[in-house]
Design a protein around this ligand. Structure first.
Ligand code: SAM
Length: 301
């Protein structure tokens, strides 16, 4: 039954066992091993350019807006004055590109561990790499968790746009986590972010998939609730991410924050002007409505 599809890229991982996702490849653009991970970019037949890190799809040009716009504007539009923004990860440039669209943003610092991801996106995927061409951005390379420990700056919003840790099973069947993103999924990372948030500050982190990782999500949310007065969970629909969805963990230092109701409201006309492909105030509010199984899991935290 193991039918290899010739001319297709197939994504498989122990992180999502028993399933695979394939895209038809028109042309391979880049395949290299960086200091931190395996980096691939290819031209697909129907999803534009696609970037893969350590065997996990990071974006396709066709549906990246559903992720980049949501991870950016869920936190920015929940903050009354998001002037100073920190991005951890985000080496493709998508979150930086979206952050610059917000009229109140004055200064953006980004810390990405892998300079080769940044260079590859600038060179081969300018629709994403264009995010780095903005004078408001200070771009640094290094481990995001270490940066948080050292920096003396404070931020109104911190966005963590990280890849998943790489999961490997040893001969005895027990799982280990590896790869550059491990430090960003550790529970202490949330405490570090809180320390670097200004009063009333907000954070948003890539929050996995509820069909695959509900218990991991609940564990992280429980930890967040012990650190922040307001914690919430939202999700978006992105066809090229595992099981077609990805979530966001949102935390605020301000007990008055209501993530479900944006402070900055962009309706249809604003979305035309900005320009946004996916995000609007209605989808912001809707992204917090959970299916029953997840609502039940979240109630038990
Ligand atoms: N949206 C994507 C997803 O969930 O598939 C993530 C995309 S973005 C390309 C992820 C970035 O996080 C990568 O460029 C990776 O190099 C970076 N990264 C991973 N671990 C990191 C760390 N410890 N510090 C900073 N950046 C990190």
């Amino acid at each position: 039954m193991d039918q290899q599809l010739t001319g297709w890229y197939t994504e498989r991982s122990p992180m999502w066992p028993g399933q695979a996702f394939s895209l038809q490849v028109e042309e391979s653009i880049l395949q290299k091993k960086t200091k931190f991970q395996k980096l691939e970019i290819f031209q697909s037949t129907h999803y534009g350019k696609v970037m893969v890190l350590d065997g996990a799809i990071q974006f396709s040009e066709k549906d990246e807006s559903s992720y980049q716009e949501m991870i950016t504007f869920l936190p920015l539009n929940s903050h009354p004055n998001p002037r100073r923004v920190l991005i951890i990860g985000g080496g493709d440039g998508g979150v930086a590109r979206e952050t610059m669209k917000h009229p109140l943003v004055e200064k953006v610092v980004q810390c990405e561990i892998d300079a080769e991801v940044i260079e590859a996106c600038k060179k081969y995927v300018p629709s994403m790499g264009c995010g780095f061409d903005n004078p408001k951005l200070t771009l640094l390379t290094g481990d995001g968790s270490e940066f948080l420990e050292k920096t003396e700056d404070k931020f109104d919003v911190i966005i963590t746009d990280a890849s998943d840790p790489v999961v490997a099973a040893d001969e005895g069947g027990s799982e280990t986590k590896d790869g550059p993103a491990v430090s960003l999924f550790n529970e202490d990372y949330y405490t570090r972010m809180k320390e670097k948030l200004a009063p009333g500050g907000i954070l948003c982190c890539q929050g996995e998939n509820m069909w695959l990782h509900a218990s991991l999500i609940c564990r992280l949310l429980k930890k967040c609730k012990s650190i922040f007065p307001v914690v919430d969970y939202a999700y978006t629909c992105t066809p090229t991410y595992p099981s077609g969805q990805i979530g966001f963990i949102l935390c605020s230092k301000n007990p008055e924050t209501n993530f479900k109701d944006p402070i900055t409201v962009w309706g249809e006309a604003d979305a035309d002007d900005l320009p946004l492909k996916y995000y609007n105030a209605d989808i912001h509010r809707a992204s917090f409505v959970m299916p029953s199984f997840m609502r039940k899991a979240l109630k038990q935290i």
